[in-house]
Structures are given as structure tokens and as C-alpha cells.
Design a binder for this molecule. Sequence first.
Ligand SMILES: [Zn+2]
Ligand SMILES: [Zn+2]
Length: 346
Amino acid sequence: MSTDNSMPKQTMLAALLTEYRMPLEIKTVPRPVPKHDEVLVKIEASGVCFTDVHIWRGDHAAPDPLPLIMGHEGVGTVVALGSASGRLKIGDRVGIGYVFGACGHCKECLTGGENYCGEFDATGFNVSGCFAEYVCMRHEWANPIPDGIDAIEAAPLMCAGAAAYSSFKKTSVQPGETLAIFGLGGLGQYAVQIAKLCGVRVIAVDISPDKLNTAKELGADEVVHADEQAGAAIKALGGADGCVNFAPVGATWPLMLAACNPRAKIVLTAVPADQMAFYAHEVIERGLQVIGSSASNRQEMNEILALADGGKVKGIINPRPFNKINDALSDLIDGTVEGRSVLTFD
Ligand SMILES: [Zn+2]
Ligand SMILES: [Zn+2]
């Protein structure tokens, strides 16, 4: 391992999940040492994601015994290199996302689907994540952060922004066509801006008037209240050539089916707790396609970073000091956060 003169300290503060559904414990722990293809990153900003809530609750039990350092929306600076850390050098600004690494040789990995690799490791789940002063990451999985983006803005792009972008791409909507975006939380807000940058007409759909107002401010052409008439209302506006669902409820499904024009694609990103049922004829007769979307690949992360460079895609960010991490988690659980919560480190 080689380092610059400002040697990173040997210990670090980290927020430890020591017991499911209990407050994280902020403790001093040994600072990790980068293995051969890894680099050590000093974290500047770390986004808090609803996936962290699922992990915190124990919805998906962590593969190793607790404690666990969660967090997979990190941005920071490379401060130490492993022996084979590739093109990265000390001082590089990098982003850390959900995929820590994948096998690299399966069909999915070889065709841009590394986030669907059966053997991928998740940051902040299979390996230690970004709710700490330092994290190790594999150099091949580091996304360079353009200079024009603040760490606080960039951190949620590494998961939420990139997932919204990947979902948008899967709708295949073209300039001039209409995309209906269901659920105007953090991902929906990113998707509105991405779609507008790509010349797409946007109909925003949500139950919250406040969120619909925000969607308008972000560029949505039309807003529709997500009641039972929403599908008909979208049809009256010309129908949707694509739909994307960021609302974790099954109730949007019949609305999307009703809103679609022939051969539209419906992209499902949020995961409803309940099963969804439908009459297959509605999909078959109109040639609809239903596509799942989870996380993103590295190229999509680079593309959303390029779109966001210079402030063209901006999140609604709630910054919090790292030591307030438990407040950030509980606000997320209570649903009182608009946009994304980001922890700051000084
Ligand atoms: Zn996430
Ligand atoms: Zn693979």
C-alpha cells in the first residue's frame, strides 16, 4: 500500500448496526486497509436510502453476523491505494454505489447487466459501506465524480439518481413522446428532470399535492392526482408512451394499465408489499411490455453524472451531520423526508 504524506488515521468513526431495529451505534473502529485491487476513500457525503431501512429492519438478513456498516451512496476522495489499484490515484474524487463488485464473466456482467449478476456483492450489506469516515472500494467500480457536482449532490446520484436514470432508459420513450411518472419522491424527482433533458413530455402522478407542485417546478408538463380516475385523466392528455413506477404500492398498477398507449413499456422500480394481479388480455391485446428495473450499471452511473454535471439534474437534499444518522433513518421510516437525506462529514 502506498500513501501520500497526509496518512489517513488508523481508526475511524462508523455507525454500526449491532442489532436489527435498534439505533445505530457510532463508535471508533479500526480503519479498513485496501486489498490489492481496492482503494481507501475518505467519505465526504453519504446518502441514506430506503434500502438501508430494509437492511436495518432485518427484511434481508445480512450475510455475515452483525455488526454491519450500511450505506451505499458515498462520495469521497481516494487517500490510499492497494497494490493494483488501476487508473486511480490519490486525490481522485470517486462515487461508491450499491454494487461493490460482480463476477465479471457471466452473461449479465458481459452485457451491461452487472447489477443482475447472481454473484454481485452489495456495498453496505455484503461488505462494509459508507456510513463511516472511510470505506474501501474496488478500483474498477469507482465512478469518477465530475468537478461540477458537489459531494452532497453527487452522493444520492450513486443509487437513487442512477436507478431513476436506468428506469427511464428502459421505458424507451423518445423525444416528443409522453412518459407518465408514478411516485414523485426522490427517484421520481430525478426522473422528471432526466426526461425533460431528453426532450420527453412528462406527466407526473402522485397522491400528494405538494409532491405534484414540486414536480411542476422541476419541469413536469402535466400533473395528475393518483386517484381511481388517473388512468382516464392521462388518456385524456394523450395517453402514456411509457410509464415508470416509483411508488411502492400495488394501487398504481391498474392506473398504469389504463394510461398506456399501444406498445407502451411499463417499468417497475419500487417494490409493493402485496402481489399484483392483472387481466392478461389488457397487456396482450395492446402489445404492452412490463419490465423490472433494479439499481443500475456503471455506465448508467456515468451517464447520470454527466447529465447532472453543472447542476442540470439536482436532487432535493436534506443534509445532516453524520452524528445525526439515527434521526435521518427514523425520518425516512416515518416518511417525513422530501427528497434525499445525505450525511455530511467534516
Ligand atoms: Zn440505495
Ligand atoms: Zn456476473
